[in-house]
Unconditional design. Structure first.
Length: 149
């Protein structure tokens, strides 16, 4: 199997970072580029808890979340991925599993490497990892992480 592009989805947690040694190792072995993805929660699709937000306010919140995510991705890439041949940062808005699968198709990713669950998980195998494994058109390597990591 030839691996030219690896996708590492992150929620910026220490749990997601547990997949990084594997991402770096595979990237080094195959000379593959690394695509790093963070998905911003889509605030516009939440029911109002004290009435609805104005569209302008939602746009401001989304813009701030996007700016913060872009900054955090840059920090992660500089801190952890400097030895990799190439890394490309992506920020998307929406459902994490859907956005991961969209990026796999869009960028023609060969392999997804991700932690078994995210920061908010209540189980050892999270719903995002499960959806990606069950629906990805490419191999997915899931790195097991203990719940108290």
């Amino acid at each position: 199997m030839e691996i030219k592009k690896i996708l590492w989805p992150t929620d910026f947690s220490s749990i997601a970072e547990k997949a990084l040694p594997h991402v770096k190792s595979i990237s080094t072995q195959y000379g593959a580029e690394i695509h790093v993805l963070y998905v911003v929660e889509d605030l516009a699709h939440h029911a109002g808890w004290y009435g609805d937000f104005e569209t302008k306010r939602i746009e401001e919140l989304q813009a701030h979340a996007n700016k913060t995510a872009t900054k955090r991705l840059a920090q992660i890439c500089e801190k952890y991925l400097e030895g990799c041949p190439l890394y490309i940062k992506h920020v998307a808005v929406g459902d994490p599993a859907r956005e991961i699968l969209k990026l796999v198709d869009k960028e023609k990713v060969d392999l997804v490497v991700m932690a078994s669950h995210g920061e908010k998980a209540h189980f050892k195998f999270g719903s995002v990892a499960e959806k990606v494994v069950k629906n990805a058109p490419v191999p997915v390597t899931v790195i097991p992480v203990s719940m108290d990591a």
